[in-house]
Ligand binder design. Structure first.
Ligand code: CP
Ligand code: NVA
Length: 336
């Protein structure tokens, strides 16, 4: 829900501010300061979170492992080559056994129905670390990055470091590229937070029916424009977002996809000709291939991609704290 998203974002920022001093080298000054430092929540003390990953990951895995450690617990990486799941054992049996020894499951799967099945049979909470349809924790990091940079979109406002989570004005967010898991979570989130989405993708690469059904159920379709022309999509955009054209598992479709997405690369020229806000900023979940965005944008001053990657840690940490550490989301002041 929207209040839960906002709570997660506020809590992410709180955990970031509490944790960062502990990550400095412990020189004399840091040691002196340590007496006064607050510990981040230790809700995972003595607890273990299973990272059940059947696909590669850099950011999500790093965020989960380092975040669980800061929360006083442990993340246990279980890659698909390591365990019996899928070869000698069913998801139902694996979920029961893993849930019998761990206090949460963070799962990266192929088909979305795999995570539904894990959630159905797991005795402990299951959090989606990416599936064929959704990538919810990515959107939390994107939103935290936009909130932290709210001053970039409202020039008269200064960067207020004391505010817990700077307010973000309603933005026009353009997405140019493939309709994949990251976009799907944008579809069900951004319009509910008051942001307009403008999307360009080739006709044959549009959200599948089950995703669009959810978009409509949540009333998000009213905040979405969807066409085929990338220039039209970036009109008035404050933020331009893209993702790889070849998601994990689609490698065999590479030639067809490169052809279909020709002309969809995010560049300065595209955004200038399309009439984006001259001050537009760029987001990408990473990993990035040069097809979908050129180096000028990706490494240029508009790009927020590395702060966005760093924020995977604080947002996943917040989700672990709330979901697996049984942190009381309803208690007033519990975030402090
Ligand atoms: N953005 C993201 O999920 O990256 P990884 O695949 O490296 O985890
Ligand atoms: N759409 C991409 C996202 C990677 C984080 C994929 O599924 O491979």
């Amino acid at each position: 829900s929207v209040p839960q998203i906002k709570r997660l974002l506020t809590h992410s920022q709180h955990l970031k501010q509490t944790s960062l001093p502990w990550l400095e080298p412990q020189g004399t000054l840091a040691a002196k300061k340590m007496n006064k430092l607050r510990l981040p929540s230790q809700s995972l003390f003595n607890k273990t979170i299973a990272l059940l990953f059947s696909k590669r990951s850099t950011r999500t895995r790093l965020a989960a492992e380092t975040g669980a450690s800061l929360l006083g617990g442990r993340a246990l990486f279980l890659g698909k080559e390591d365990i019996q799941l899928g070869v000698n054992e069913s998801p139902r049996d694996s979920a029961r056994v893993i849930g019998g020894m761990c206090q949460g499951i963070f799962a990266r799967v192929g088909e979305h129905k795999e995570i539904e099945e894990l959630a159905k049979y797991s005795p402990v909470p299951v959090l989606n670390a990416l599936s064929s349809l959704w990538h919810p924790t990515q959107i939390l990091a994107d939103l935290l990055t936009l909130h932290e940079n709210a001053h970039l979109f409202t020039p008269e406002a200064s960067a207020d470091k004391s505010a817990s989570l700077p307010e973000l004005r309603p933005l026009t967010v353009a997405y140019v590229g493939d309709s994949a898991n990251v976009l799907h979570d944008m579809l069900v989130t951004y319009p509910r937070l008051g942001h307009q989405l403008r999307i360009a993708s080739p006709e044959q690469y549009r959200a599948p029916a089950e995703v669009w059904k959810r978009v409509e159920e949540l009333g998000c379709d009213k905040g979405i424009w969807w066409g085929s022309d990338p220039k039209e999509a970036v009109y008035d955009a404050d933020v331009v977002v893209t993702d790889t054209w070849i998601s994990m598992g689609q490698e065999a479709e590479k030639a067809d996809r490169l052809k279909a997405f020709s002309g969809y690369q995010v560049t300065e020229e595209l955004c200038r000709e399309g009439g984006a806000n001259p001050n537009w900023k760029f987001l990408h979940c990473l990993p990035r291939k040069p097809h979908e965005v050129d180096d000028e944008v990706f490494y240029g001053p508009r790009s927020l991609v590395f702060p966005e990657a760093d924020n995977r840690k604080w947002t996943i940490m917040a989700a672990f704290d709330l979901l697996f550490g049984k942190w009381d989301i309803s208690a007033e002041g519990a975030a402090h």
